[in-house]
Design a protein around this ligand. Structure first.
Ligand SMILES: NC(=O)C1=CN([C@@H]2O[C@H](COP(=O)(O)OP(=O)(O)OC[C@H]3O[C@@H](n4cnc5c(N)ncnc54)[C@H](O)[C@@H]3O)[C@@H](O)[C@H]2O)[C@@H](O)CC1
Ligand SMILES: Nc1ncnc2c1ncn2[C@@H]1O[C@H](COP(=O)(O)OP(=O)(O)O)[C@@H](O)[C@H]1O
Ligand SMILES: [K+]
Length: 459
């Protein structure tokens, strides 16, 4: 599991550890980890040209000490101090190692910039001098120290100019901005350096393959199709038959014992033709409602709610999500749908996805899965889960229908809404990445890749 903690949680854990260690030990650990990540990126130190952007806090201290390590490895290192209060011992260490301190020489070109402007002590927006320094080095790859300066660490929001990093080297634990967009998209590859912090339950987490394998419902030796769970799909309409087919394709991932389909008779015929294993109405352990349902969405959702089983509420049914409020349910909006549910602007949801997904989980008393580059799953009193297994090629029509069906299958198989949503989202992203191999895919490819990705987990 990747865990992310708030600034307050990190500060507390650091304080405990600092009290037990000799002065400066923690910063040395951080700086060595940082320097080695830079050496990896550059393929060595000798002859490389490194510029440090150094703010007034310990984040600048990390950059300075790492700069000293790099200078001792033969790199040419300059520190551009953005404040006259830069970390004094760090400045001295860099000078001792042969680094130069002062405004950068204008003619010099840089292999990498270390962003030590602000870390977890920064409050966006960046000050003008820091923003001007970033402009002056535009185009040079940046390694962000702890966090790309200018992003809001605890929310993942952006406010004004900020660093766009190739690599972010963080310490002790991930921070929220490393996983939550839009800030997460500015972090590049995130590298975690262990500095020995003892941390509480995280604010946010991201499932990894071993976590998904452990949560996956796997049939035992005495398995029986009904006991494995039956998932029902109420989706599609004469206008949108494809949504029904894709929803069923996700549900028919093999993770539940049986799939039922209920809908428009012409759509039903097409579903049966495409999926001979799918049967008609009857008892289910979970319903998936809403993809392409058009004006039948409300009735479909009411019928599903009457069955009193866990629900996936998707697409057209989200307009009636109040019906699912307080029930075991996963609501699966994209940003536009969530905006409509909350009476907000789509742009506001995209700028503050964590805030809005939490608000919806609270307001609807349900599990809310907000689709996006890093999909977020929120439920009251639980860490938000972020999905990082996907690929931008997954942004293709109908991919959301497949996800709804898949999450329904996991609910029917007995996972709680929070786990069904986050495991389903992880598998969906991994299947897309597997099917894509770096190239284009359509939604059906994602559904077809689900069994092989599941098998690769060796559950
Ligand atoms: N506390 C610890 O034990 C450790 C901290 N470490 C480093 O220390 C960092 C935290 O250091 P600090 O608490 O000194 O805080 P930071 O260095 O993150 O930032 C605080 C400084 O930045 C300035 N600042 C705040 N907002 C700004 C803005 N918008 N524009 C420009 N300047 C701004 C403030 O005036 C303040 O001096 C971590 O991110 C990490 O890099 C690591 O060395 C590991 C150990
Ligand atoms: N940039 C992106 N990177 C990775 N995945 C993405 C990106 N944008 C969207 N997705 C994923 O693609 C899927 C799109 O679903 P959705 O918006 O419901 O489309 P549709 O309604 O056509 O099915 C979601 O699973 C979402 O998380
Ligand atoms: K930084």
């Amino acid at each position: 599991m990747i865990r992310a903690h708030t600034v307050e949680q990190v500060r507390e854990a650091e304080a405990t550890l600092l009290a037990q260690l000799p002065e400066g030990a923690l910063m040395q650990r951080a700086a060595y980890g940082l320097a080695h990540a830079v050496l990896d990126l550059l393929g060595g130190g000798y002859g490389r040209r490194v510029l440090l952007l150094v703010g007034s806090g310990d984040n600048g201290g990390d950059a300075l000490y790492a700069g000293a390590v790099l200078a001792r490895r033969g790199a040419y290192v300059e520190a551009w101090l953005l404040s006259d209060r830069a970390h004094a011992a760090g400045v001295a260490a860099l000078r001792r190692a042969g680094g130069r301190v002062g405004p950068p020489q204008p003619s010099r070109s840089w292999d990498v910039v270390l962003d030590g402007i602000v870390g977890i002590g920064g409050r966006p927006p960046l000050r003008d001098d820091a923003a001007a320094a970033l402009e002056a080095v535009a185009g040079v790859p940046v390694v962000a120290v702890d966090i790309p300066s200018g992003v809001d660490v605890d929310t993942g929001e952006l406010a004004g100019p900020h660093v766009s990093a190739a690599v972010t080297v963080t310490f002790g634990t991930h921070k929220i901005a490393h996983l939550v967009d839009p800030a997460a998209a500015e972090c590049g590859v995130v590298h975690l350096v262990d500095i020995g912090l003892d941390l509480p339950e995280p604010a946010l987490e991201a499932l990894q393959p071993a976590d998904v394998a452990a949560l996956l419902p796997v049939p035992g030796g005495q398995a029986q199709k009904y006991a494995r769970g039956v998932v029902g799909v109420r989706a599609g309409s004469a206008a949108y038959p494809g949504a029904a087919l894709l929803s069923v394709a996700g549900a028919a991932s093999g993770l539940a014992g049986m799939v039922r389909f209920v809908g428009d008779p012409t759509v039903q015929d097409r579903v049966r033709a495409a999926f001979p294993e799918v049967v008609g109405d009857g008892r289910v352990q979970a319903w998936v409602v809403g993809s392409g349902s058009d004006d039948s969405a409300e009735d479909a959702l009411r019928a599903a709610v009457d069955d009193d089983v866990p629900l996936v509420v998707d697409a057209d049914a989200l307009a009636f999500a109040d019906l699912a409020s307080g029930r075991p349910a996963v609501l699966t909006p994209h940003a536009g749908e969530l905006a409509a549910m909350l009476g907000a602007d789509r742009a506001a949801v995209e700028a503050r996805p964590l805030h809005h997904v939490r608000e919806a989980a609270d307001r609807y008393a349900a599990t809310v899965l907000l689709k996006g580059r890093h999909t977020l799953v929120a439920e009251r009193d639980r860490p938000v889960r972020a999905t990082t297994s996907g690929t931008p090629w997954l942004a293709t029509a109908g991919a959301g229908d497949v996800l709804g069906g898949l999450v329904g299958a996991l609910l029917a198989a007995g996972l709680a809404p929070y786990d069904a949503a986050s495991v389903g989202s992880w598998l969906h992203g991994a299947a897309a990445t597997f099917a894509s191999r770096g190239g284009p895919i359509v939604a059906g490819d994602v559904a077809r890749a689900l069994p092989v990705v599941t098998a690769a987990l060796h559950p």
